[in-house]
Design a protein around this ligand. Structure first.
Ligand SMILES: NC(=O)c1ccc[n+]([C@@H]2O[C@H](COP(=O)([O-])OP(=O)(O)OC[C@H]3O[C@@H](n4cnc5c(N)ncnc54)[C@H](OP(=O)(O)O)[C@@H]3O)[C@@H](O)[C@H]2O)c1
Length: 338
């Protein structure tokens, strides 16, 4: 059998929903559905995080021995082929007598890939359902697998003349309420949020995600980059996720964040830290809130980016333009995202 049936497509959509019940972190979010030969759903499963059963073994665990014989397993990620803290899922599916496997995304892991070949060589009918939604589900995890670091968004707010603060360093509030609400939604959509010590000392930010109308918005882990001490009475000390500190070696710090399951980092400045990320080629996406105001003076939104001549300019691709109240949001991606 080769084509993918409507029941299998519907089961894949369900598997994607199941995947989202699992936590973001070191392991990908994966969902699975086991279908009987007549298309009925026999069992569902999802992965609950590192060290726990993978989605397909979780689904199989709900069935009696022999119940999956001749069944079709629908999985959002290619069944793995290696023994980590759990055994290879390809083997679990073979032992259960599954006749067909439909999966969405190839496993990019050097050690875990090859599950589909193993199943095929054991006589299982394996098909790949190549849908954008499957990749989108674990886009950030795939990014970490490819690069070894979280996907980085650098955000700043600026006046129309490109200043991030007034001459005395005060910067609250350049933008209006709609832009700020947008920032809170963005915070909440990231695993961690970064600021430099300069911003902590100047602004005393809380760095919580306060999303209008949402009481229990996910809170990113606040990461403060720099050597200076965080004051004992800093508002950040009340953050529900605690404070993580980081040094100046951005690549090393990013690898360490990825090793702790952080897939996305939202860099909120200030200008020194934002520029350091961009200069190092570690910014994948920029979100710039432009307010219709003029500040003049020396406090530019970015400082030295290592661009000495026009040939070295950092060309971007604008991916979104939106008016938020009286401000403008410009979203752009850098080369690493294209
Ligand atoms: N408009 C906006 O969007 C926005 C956002 C945030 C802040 N601000 C404004 O920006 C001002 C503060 O800016 P800032 O540039 O001084 O603060 P910053 O970028 O928050 O902090 C700079 C500090 O980051 C640390 N750091 C860690 N790794 C680094 C690296 N690889 N390269 C360089 N620095 C690194 C250093 O701290 P150590 O010296 O401690 O090692 C450095 O002094 C305030 O006026 C604030 O209001 C504006």
């Amino acid at each position: 059998m080769s084509g993918i049936t409507a029941a299998e497509r519907a089961a894949m959509a369900r598997a994607r929903t199941l995947a989202l019940f699992g936590p973001r972190g070191l392991n990908p979010q994966v969902g699975a559905v086991i279908l009987a030969p007549d298309g009925r759903t026999l069992a569902e499963g999802h992965h609950r995080g590192a060290g726990t059963a993978h989605a397909e073994t979780d689904a199989l665990s709900h069935l009696l021995p022999g119940e999956a014989r001749g069944a079709t397993a629908i999985v959002t990620l290619e069944p793995c082929n290696h023994t980590g803290r759990t055994g290879p899922c390809a083997v679990a599916l073979l032992e259960a007598g599954v006749a067909r496997v439909v999966y969405a995304v190839d496993d990019p892991g050097e050690r875990s890939c090859g599950g589909s070949d193993r199943l095929r060589s054991a006589g299982v009918d394996v098909a790949r359902l190549d849908e954008a939604e499957g990749e989108a589900l674990i886009r950030d995890w795939l990014f970490v697998q490819r690069t070894g670091r979280p996907r980085v968004t650098v955000k700043w707010a600026q006046s129309l003349d490109g200043r991030a603060a007034a001459a005395d360093g005060s910067s609250r509030w350049i933008t209006g309420a709609d832009a700020r609400a947008h920032v809170h939604r963005e915070r909440s959509a990231h695993d961690a949020i970064a600021v430099g010590t300069g911003t902590v000392l100047a602004d005393d930010p809380r760095l919580t995600a306060r999303v209008p109308g949402v009481d229990d918005a996910p809170q990113p882990v606040p990461v403060v980059f720099g050597d200076r001490a965080i004051p004992a009475d800093a508002a950040l000390r009340h953050h529900p996720r605690g404070i993580r500190t980081a040094g100046h070696d951005l690549e090393r710090e990013l690898r360490s964040l990825a090793a702790d399951g952080i897939q996305t980092l939202y860099v909120e400045g200030g200008p020194t830290l934002a520029s350091a990320f961009i200069r190092a080629g570690l910014a994948d996406r920029l979100t710039v809130y432009v307010a219709p105001t003029l500040l003049g003076g020396p406090r530019t939104a970015l400082d030295d980016l290592g661009v000495g001549t026009i040939d070295e300019q950092r060309r971007l691709t604008v991916t979104r333009l939106e008016q938020l109240g009286s401000d403008l949001l410009v979203e752009a991606s850098t080369e690493s995202e294209q």
